[in-house]
Design a protein around this ligand. Structure first.
Ligand SMILES: [Fe+2]
Ligand SMILES: [Fe+2]
Length: 189
């Protein structure tokens, strides 16, 4: 399936706002690829399809994931919005014919982040946070951090996310903490 065919299919599956966000994430990912001299073929697919799991309404996602045999952890069970990343891996394969492991991994961790993420996965994670339609407090700092380096952007995004989750009494997924800790341990930022 070509990227254009994927775009047409995605538009037919997602709500208008979610589709438009997906296109902005693709645009942001392409801009970031130009900053960092990265190849865009696989990145474009991962960025465009990152939210394809949103085809399942959040209220139905635990049931759907169980039906599909997807493993659900304690955090996902209590905060089922997170399941759209695992559901996204399933639908990217099933509906869009994606088989590439790096693309699927990027889709599967675009919300929580995690350790050992490829540059492609980092760009998808960051582009999702800083695409041009995002206007939450602090987003400009995150944009600047992402422009400095991928790891700097990731570190700032993790920190922002943890603060947001704490402030709103939401659960913090361990993959987010692990990703943050990995950066602090391994990198000079
Ligand atoms: Fe998402
Ligand atoms: Fe998204």
């Amino acid at each position: 399936m070509t990227l254009d065919e994927m775009r047409v299919k995605l538009q037919s599956k997602l709500k208008k706002e979610r589709f438009e966000h997906s296109v902005r994430v693709l645009e942001m990912a392409l801009e970031m690829a130009s900053w960092y001299g990265m190849a865009t073929d696989k990145l474009s697919v991962a960025a465009l399809l990152h939210d394809c799991g949103r085809v399942v309404p959040t209220a139905e996602s635990v049931e759907k994931a169980k039906e599909l045999g997807i493993e659900i952890d304690m955090i996902e069970e209590h905060q089922p919005i997170l399941l759209h990343q695992k559901l996204g891996v399933y639908y990217a394969e099933k509906d869009y014919g994606v088989t590439d492991k790096e693309i699927l991994d990027a889709i599967g961790r675009h919300s929580t982040g995690g350790t050992n993420m490829s540059d492609l996965a980092k760009v998808v994670y960051l582009a999702d946070m800083i695409e041009s339609g995002r206007n939450f407090e602090g987003v400009d700092e995150l944009r600047k951090a992402a422009e400095k380096s991928l790891d700097n952007g990731m570190k700032q995004c993790y920190a922002h996310t943890v603060q947001y989750l704490l402030k709103n009494n939401l659960l913090i997924h361990p993959d987010c903490i692990d990703g943050y800790n990995e950066l602090i341990i391994n990198k000079e930022l």
